[in-house]
Design a protein around this ligand. Structure first.
Ligand code: FAD
Length: 125
């Protein structure tokens, strides 16, 4: 029962983390600032060390070492993230996700300052 609960928690934190990362990537700008690029790299880097499943963090560190985050644009970051998520999927025997569908699966929330402004009735259309 304890092992089952741990497996459930592991899957749950996994889904939550991928959700955060893909949603963040969905809103990552076409032309990110230096700071935004640094932030994305730092976030990934932190996960390779303090992700709350130690062996997952180690495997992820290996994946990231071979394929460091591409943060030059939103599109690049989304592609990179889809690729590394697929590597984890493959390790776990899960189906590979078609990265052409990543933007359909993970849409921006539409609640950042710029998006809120762009979505105001006058600008919305
Ligand atoms: P998840 O893999 O959590 O995916 C959530 C949703 O994302 C899917 O339902 C699908 O709609 C979508 N999706 C799937 N693939 C992609 C993709 N390539 N691009 C975009 N969207 C996609 N678990 C382990 O047991 N061992 C590990 O070593 C391990 N390492 C992990 C490392 C990291 C950094 C993270 C974040 C998680 C890790 N996990 C690991 C957890 C594992 O990846 C899953 O999150 C968990 O098994 C739940 O899987 P799921 O089938 O619900 O879908």
């Amino acid at each position: 029962a304890a092992a089952q609960a741990a497996a459930t928690a592991k899957a749950e934190v996994g889904r939550a983390t991928w959700t955060l990362l893909h949603m963040l990537a969905a809103q990552f700008p076409d032309r990110p600032s230096r700071q935004q690029q640094r932030d994305a790299r730092t976030l990934v880097d932190c996960l390779t060390r303090i992700y709350p499943c130690g062996d997952c963090a180690e495997h992820f560190a290996e994946i990231v070492r071979r394929d460091p985050p591409a943060v030059g644009s939103g599109r690049e970051f989304r592609r990179w993230l889809c690729g590394v998520h697929n590597r984890v999927n493959a390790r776990l025997g899960k189906a590979v996700f078609n990265c052409d569908l990543v933007e359909a699966r993970w849409a921006p929330l539409g609640c950042s300052a710029e998006e809120a402004a762009a979505g105001e009735p006058a600008a919305a259309g």
